[in-house]
Design a protein around this ligand. Structure first.
Ligand SMILES: [Zn+2]
Length: 197
């Protein structure tokens, strides 16, 4: 089985065969790291300017390559997804430096977020290791009140977990829930809009 990346469209496309919504496509044109990419994401090196044609696959009617999209890559960033080659070439020619600067600001903010996420995981691993190897799981809370300080971020999870496996499961669940809430806050448009606004 090959490795690929997934590109998510800003707006779903409509399958020309069955009218189902197509929200993403797989591609082997980028780094092939099973990554998820959207417009504005860095997908390659800064010298890269190119247009990539990719056939669409419809999950509903299982039609392949009946229609295509064109990824516009400007200075290593996926800047647009066009419906035809002429539109893609127009995007590539008319791309402005100011817009590129905005993408880089977004990339920086994204890097900060990713780093914070990584630190969360590393802290959880360290805390869980210490908690169970030093026997904090064997103590009553009142016996070691100072642990609320050293395990500040993961104390609730650790106190409710009898084993490291339970702690991992609780940590992953908490993360998924936080991601879901962040997604809803960032993309409120995906929620039902009673007035169509
Ligand atoms: Zn279809």
């Amino acid at each position: 089985m090959g490795i690929y990346d997934t590109v998510h469209f800003p707006q779903p496309l409509t399958c020309t065969a069955c009218q189902a919504r197509i929200t993403s496509t797989q591609t082997k044109a980028f780094e092939n790291i099973l990554g998820d990419f959207r417009i504005g994401d860095c997908i390659g090196h800064a010298e890269e300017l190119r247009i990539v044609r990719e056939g669409l696959y419809c999950n509903a009617c299982r039609t392949l390559n009946q229609q295509s999209v064109y990824f516009v890559v400007y200075r290593g960033i996926l800047t647009d997804i066009a419906h035809d080659l002429a539109e893609a070439e127009r995007h590539l020619r008319s791309f402005s430096f100011e817009r590129l600067l905005l993408w880089y600001h977004d990339q920086y903010a994204k890097r900060i977020r990713e780093r914070a996420r990584r630190h969360e995981v590393e802290r959880f691993l360290r805390d869980t290791h210490e908690w169970f190897t030093k026997g904090f799981d064997q103590h009553h809370p009142e016996e070691s009140s100072f642990r609320s300080l050293i395990f500040l971020h993961n104390r609730d999870i650790l106190e409710q977990s009898a084993t490291p496996l339970e702690a991992i499961q609780a940590f992953l669940q908490q993360r998924e829930e936080a991601d879901r809430q962040r997604e809803q806050n960032t993309h409120p448009a995906s929620l039902p809009q009673p007035n169509g606004e």
